[in-house]
Design a protein around this ligand. Sequence first.
Ligand code: TYM
Length: 342
Amino acid sequence: KKRIVSGVQPTGSIHLGNYLGAIRNWIMLQNTYDTFFFIVDLHAITLPYDAQQLSKATRDTAALYLACGVDTYKASVFVQSHVRAHAELMWLLSSVTPVGWLNRMIQFKEKSRKAGDENVGVGLLTYPVLMASDILLYQSDFVPVGEDQKQHLELTRELAERVNHLFGGRKWKKLGGRGGSVFKVPEPLIPPVGARVMSLTDGLSKMSKSAPSDQSRINLLDPKDVIANKIKRCKTDSFPGMEFDNPERPECNNLLSIYQLISGKTKEEVAEECRDMNWGTFKSLLADAVIDHLQPIQVRYEEIISDSAYLDGILAEGATKAAGIADATLNNVYQAMGFLRR
Ligand code: TYM
């Protein structure tokens, strides 16, 4: 079976962008692939954060994975920091990652600009190396993510190729290894629709956990009336009717796309259904669809989060299974890089 890994940071609350861009696709993939879904707590500390909230946010995120339909009979769910190999491989990879590659990362540039120099830890720069470790440790074939992670995936691929070139093949064999490539070179799986869900208050910027206004995003755990209110107040325009793909109407395109994904209809069906609607009619249609879709997720979430023994059991089992695979890869990397083994 081909292998898939992916993860979400336990920062803020999970929103419709995370769901439509990533988590929802995991649910389909788990039926066909060997899947590992983690909560990337080590990534969540790269910007100033609240230590009092981290473990709660980590559990909440795990519970949401399950509530969204991640099935632990099929997929392994675990916490990144519970598998030591992630941080350890990161060190080994750091030493072969050119700083220039990291300086080029768009997310680093954006986040460091916003945070201000004094608040930018080294971890924010080396963040993609940790992400590469998350992926390469499992010899993953595919990584389902939203559009914003594409550049990090590209770096992961380059890093895998670099290690394979520097330490793989005959060189590794001479050190007693199996030869061949040290890492599988993974591919991103970016969905055709939903890869970039935009803000409710600005159709040109993406929906994000860190945007200051909560009005800009729909969180999976928002109560009904909050969702209805956010959609009612979201940005509109003064064109008649509703249409996809008009560059002058980014908000309209975004909301239609959300409706398309949530309703499970095709683009053509949605275009046809909504063509003659005014904003008011469309917004209440969308609000009802989103509320109906999220309601069962919210109910399951409440059940799961209230049973902490169950959740802990799932995470312990997931970490054990993950560690088995991760440790084997890590051992190979140490060997290929020439370390004295005990
Ligand atoms: P994070 O926590 O920012 O986001 C989690 C997932 O949600 C996707 N996403 C979106 N998709 C569509 N529209 C949006 N507005 C939107 N916002 C976020 C992201 O692309 C992502 O798939 N570095 C990663 C976490 C990570 C990871 C990994 C992912 C760490 N290690 C290994 C895959 C494999 C991140 O910060 O995602």
